[in-house]
Ligand binder design. Structure first.
Ligand SMILES: [Zn+2]
Length: 200
């Protein structure tokens, strides 16, 4: 059950705590005990590093106590930086370098945000996806259709997966025209709609 819950913990705030909380019972009530990963935790009390979250309440998925703790240990700015990555794995990787000063962690969050870090699927494209990606690439970057026959491109695409489908220049040309026609129709429709509403 813990595993099922953990999959829902996608908010970057979890990056400031051990990904595997302890399960403890307080007066018979089950709680997840999140442990702060800060090198020097600033919290006080009996078990300062720990943030308990009871499983049986409406707050079972509330992150407000985690947030409060993290802001105290890392600062408001760092927590905000983590939030902005919208990616708990990325945030965790950055927080893991916790030997760093808050300022450098903030800078790393800032850079990650600017780059809009692209992640890639482990699954290979389907034929249709490959065709769509190539249409987009060729159109956006104004590549000639015959680039798909380029030796270097073919080598990059097919090394390690020699069966990888690459469409012919004729197919790419046909697909680009098809997408162009569809796009033109869509824009025409949008213009009509906006004209209609302007005439009202
Ligand atoms: Zn702490």
């Amino acid at each position: 059950e813990l595993e099922r819950l953990q999959r829902g913990w996608n908010a970057p705030i979890y990056a400031f705590f051990n990904p595997d909380p302890q399960i403890e019972y307080f007066n018979g009530r089950r709680a997840h005990v999140f442990s702060c990963v800060a090198k020097s935790c600033k919290a006080k009390g009996k078990s300062p590093r720990c943030v308990n979250r009871f499983v049986d309440t409406a707050d079972a998925s509330s992150t407000s106590n985690l947030r409060k703790h993290a802001k105290n240990c890392w600062s408001e700015v760092v927590v905000k930086g983590a939030d902005e990555t919208k990616d708990v794995k990325l945030a965790r990787a950055i927080v893991a370098k916790s030997g760093l000063a808050n300022a450098s962690i903030t800078a790393m969050f800032e850079r990650a945000k600017g780059k809009g870090v692209v992640t890639y699927s482990h699954t290979q494209h389907t034929k249709t996806e490959t065709k769509a990606e190539i249409v987009r690439w060729v159109a956006e970057n104004m590549r000639p259709f015959k680039i798909v026959k380029d030796r270097g491109f073919q080598s990059l695409m097919k090394t390690g997966r020699p069966g990888y489908y690459i469409p012919s220049p004729a197919t790419v040309s046909r697909d680009v025209k098809k997408v162009f026609v569809q796009c033109r129709q869509r824009i025409a429709k949008m213009l009509q709609v906006s004209q209609l509403s302007n005439n009202k």
